[in-house]
Design a protein around this ligand. Structure first.
Ligand code: PMT
Length: 222
């Protein structure tokens, strides 16, 4: 329902798994479908926000009333976010950003040869987008996710602090019924100096509305 609590507010949302190129026909990525991020962009738009959705490749269609920016790798995602960051009121990062990318992207398809039974691809660390943006933060409410397969709370708590976030959404991605690609999700919300808040399982659209609801309360002037 359009209640308009985010009218005149700018919200930057990311979605999908970044694609880190090996050569013109291959890449490294992950299982993110983009559903969580697209649902958040939709929920923010439903609240009347000016939403920019920075999305890596997905099969989803752009939500109505949302500006969509298509990217591939993490460096391109950072680049597209950086020059939009200053005017944002909130940044919500649901994208599954690859921590590493190939050191070199081959210009032609890498061929197998008679004498190479194994091959090695050297990886280098990608920039941490949330940490980079945190250094430029003025007024922005910063929300990140943590996708974990073990020690969910401890790892999520670490990311909340490390990335200097206002809110972190901890997501157990070891389960098939929630997390990557599922239509439902179940998360724990962490805020600095507050008890973790465990939400029940719900659709990603319902969760998106819950998250946007909390972002509204964190905005200065609200
Ligand atoms: O897309 P779906 O199929 O709907 O699945 C949703 C989801 C599981 C991808 C989503 O709910 C989720 O958990 N997204 C975060 C995935 C992730 O990259 O988690 P992380 O724990 O590796 O990263 C922590 C946070 O830092 C994330 O907000 C991430 O966007 C951000 N990050 C990560 C690496 C990096 N180099 N820069 C970043 O900013």
């Amino acid at each position: 329902q359009q209640t308009g609590r985010l009218r005149h507010r700018h919200v930057l949302v990311t979605a999908g798994g970044t694609r880190e190129r090996i050569d013109p026909v291959r890449f490294i990525s992950n299982d993110s479908s983009g559903k969580m991020g697209y649902a958040i962009a939709t929920a923010a738009a439903n609240e009347g926000a000016d939403v920019t959705l920075v999305s890596s490749t997905t099969t989803l269609s752009a939500p109505a009333g949302v500006e969509i920016v298509h990217v591939a790798g993490a460096k391109e995602m950072l680049n597209q976010m950086q020059h939009r960051f200053a005017q944002q009121d909130a940044v919500i990062m649901a994208a599954a950003v690859a921590d590493f990318r190939p050191v070199e992207e081959a210009t032609q398809k890498i061929k197998k040869t008679a004498d190479n039974d194994t091959m090695t691809i050297k990886l280098t660390k990608n920039p941490d987008i949330l940490k980079t943006l945190a250094t430029q933060k003025t007024k922005q409410v910063m929300v990140g996710f943590a996708a974990e397969t073990e020690h969910l709370l401890a790892n999520a708590q670490q990311k909340l602090t490390d990335k200097k976030l206002d809110m972190l959404v901890a997501n157990d991605v070891s389960r098939k019924d929630i997390g990557f690609n599922a239509d439902n999700n179940q998360v724990i919300i962490l805020r600095p100096n507050q008890e973790p808040e465990k939400l029940p399982i719900m659709t990603k659209s319902e969760l998106a509305a819950e998250l946007v609801d909390r972002v509204v309360t964190l905005l200065p002037g609200k």
